[in-house]
Ligand binder design. Structure first.
Ligand code: NAD
Length: 499
């Protein structure tokens, strides 16, 4: 993205923003059936950004009917793959042309630093859609080795109508991770963005329509999860639900599916991710990765490395470097290009994070940095980057997902203990491992029970690699890569007897 990130340019662009505030169904914006709205609040100052249509079950009903019709008549699902690819590439072009607008919408809505939106979230969003578009006409199907008297084709078909439920922490990017492979595979979609962050989803759906995505293929219904989630996930005409969010809501969705039509459910859930630092690690290399892992996106990141499990012999030296690095992450207005840490999503979430900090004190962990709300006069939900030392893995702050800027340093005395502590969690989303020893790197990367293990860095891989969790961090699904594409398809056998 080619932008000069000057505060003045940003403010001018914000002033010019036009918000899409209504549901997007059947190719057009429309009021919710009840006419009700809710306020979308800027987490950096507590002020209303705009009012958004509050959809209800009747709107889900309409959106699903539209998506069903679009799927069944084949306007997208049976389009020639190369033509589908052409439309998706035009969609990518529309996104590129409007990238700064999407970056600003996510920054305003979610409190994400504009620096991150411009440099990470939106480029990744565009790249993701581009990658899945390019895959469309490069996939071949299979013929089974069944002998001369029959022909058996094993083909993949789009699954049908896919309901999508998204979180608020990476609004545009999570949308792309889901709609990219689902659209590429030929499905129709009813998408529910997080209530707090619907603006970019509504604009992205409009851009897709402008690019020529047939009407009814991508519908967006903003509103409360507790209302729309069950309506979507219990719906008999929805063939699949793809969800990213908390483990507790994920459990509900499995129940809704089992109580309705056994639709496929894929869940990308929470994490309590370990960063394991062995005694031989290069601490200068570890420190910036450790800080990025713990505090990027205010720690509101499912793969945040919130447990720093470090060999006691190097713990103090590493902690010193980590504190030093942390001080170079300015907290403040997300629209200031220098800001690396914005506000938390909403006051209630800030209170939850502060209550975890209290629990850390109470359990006997040693607070060595931060620990307080800051910048209260802004009206924003800002919390200092916070580090506890001498944390035991059994403490609440080491077991529960805080989803905020709180890092627990857990000293250990051996490699074996480090791996055991890393795995001593109900979650299994991501992990990092730091060592100069190649053998240990290989062995321990395999020993850690997580969907992604990054060695000598903090990384979720790139678009070519699947992302998803073990244990209570996920169920069945993976985002990104051709594995994501496959999960939005059904496998069919066509058996032909030859005369
Ligand atoms: P959340 O579960 O509260 O909400 C996620 C979505 O579910 C929202 O759209 C919400 O409106 C909806 N929802 C709420 N109640 C519902 C219900 N009863 N039925 C159906 N839908 C309902 O999670 P959140 O607070 O938005 O996001 C934070 C969580 O998401 C964290 O646990 C985080 O780890 C996880 N997350 C995981 C990944 C991943 O890829 N594994 C990525 C980002 C976030």
């Amino acid at each position: 993205m080619k932008f000069t990130l000057q505060p003045k340019t940003i403010q001018t662009a914000v002033a010019k923003l036009k918000f899409r505030t209504q549901a997007f169904i059947d190719g057009e914006f429309c009021r919710s059936s009840s006419g009700k709205t809710y306020a979308s609040i800027n987490p950096a100052n507590g002020k209303k950004i705009t009012d958004i249509s509050a959809c209800e079950a009747a709107d889900v009903e309409r959106a699903v009917a539209v998506a069903r019709k679009a799927f069944d008549d084949g306007r997208w699902s049976r389009m020639k793959p190369s033509d589908r690819k052409t439309v998706m590439l035009k969609f990518v072009e529309r996104l590129e042309a409007n990238a700064m607008e999407i970056a600003l919408l996510d920054s305003l809505d979610a409190g994400k630093p504009i620096y991150d939106c411009v440099n990470i979230d939106i480029p990744d969003t565009i790249h993701c859609l581009h990658w899945h578009a390019e895959l469309i006409d490069k996939l071949y199907e299979r013929v089974a080795p069944c002998g001369p008297d029959s022909v058996a084709m094993i083909v993949r078909e789009p699954i049908g109508v896919v309901g999508m439920i998204l979180p608020w922490n990476f609004p545009a990017q999570m949308m792309a991770w889901k709609i990219g492979p689902a659209l590429a595979a030929g499905n129709s979609i009813v998408l529910k963005p997080a209530k707090q962050t619907s603006l970019s989803a509504l604009r992205i759906a409009e851009l897709a329509a402008e690019a020529g995505l047939p009407v009814g293929v991508l519908n967006v219904v903003p509103g409360a999860g507790s209302v729309l989630g069950p309506a979507l996930c219990r719906h008999m005409s929805v063939d699949m639900v793809a969800f990213t969010g908390s483990t507790s809501v994920g459990r509900d969705l499995l129940r809704y599916s089992s109580e309705s039509n056994l639709k496929r459910v894929i869940l990308e859930l929470g994490g309590k991710n370990p960063q394991v630092v062995l005694a031989d690690a290069d601490l200068d290399l570890v420190a910036p990765h450790a800080v990025n892992s713990a505090f990027w996106n205010m720690g509101e990141n499912c793969s945040s490395g919130s447990r720093l499990i470090v060999h006691r012999s190097v713990k103090d030296a590493l902690v010193e470097k980590v504190i030093e690095q942390t001080k170079s992450w300015p907290v403040g207005d997300p629209l200031d290009p220098k800001t690396r840490v914005g506000p938390l999503i909403e006051p209630s979430h800030m209170e939850t994070v502060l209550s975890y900090i209290k629990a850390g004190h109470k359990d006997g962990a040693k607070l060595i940095l931060g620990g307080h709300r800051v910048l209260p006069k802004t009206g924003g939900n800002f919390v200092e980057l916070t580090i506890f030392d001498e944390v035991k893995n059994s403490m609440t702050i080491a077991q529960e997902e805080i989803f905020g800027p709180v890092l627990s340093v857990i000293p250990v005395d051996s490699d074996e203990e480090a791996i055991a502590v890393a795995n001593d969690t109900n979650y299994g989303l991501a992990a990092s491992l730091h060592t100069r020893d190649l053998t240990k790197a290989h062995r321990y990367a395999r020993a850690i029970r997580a969907g992604v293990v990054s060695v000598n860095c903090f990384s979720e891989g790139d678009l070519t690699t699947p992302f998803g969790g073990f244990k209570e961090s996920g169920f069945f699904g993976r985002d990104k890569s051709s594995y994501a594409h496959e999960q939005y398809t059904e496998l069919k056998t066509v058996w032909m007897q030859l005369g």
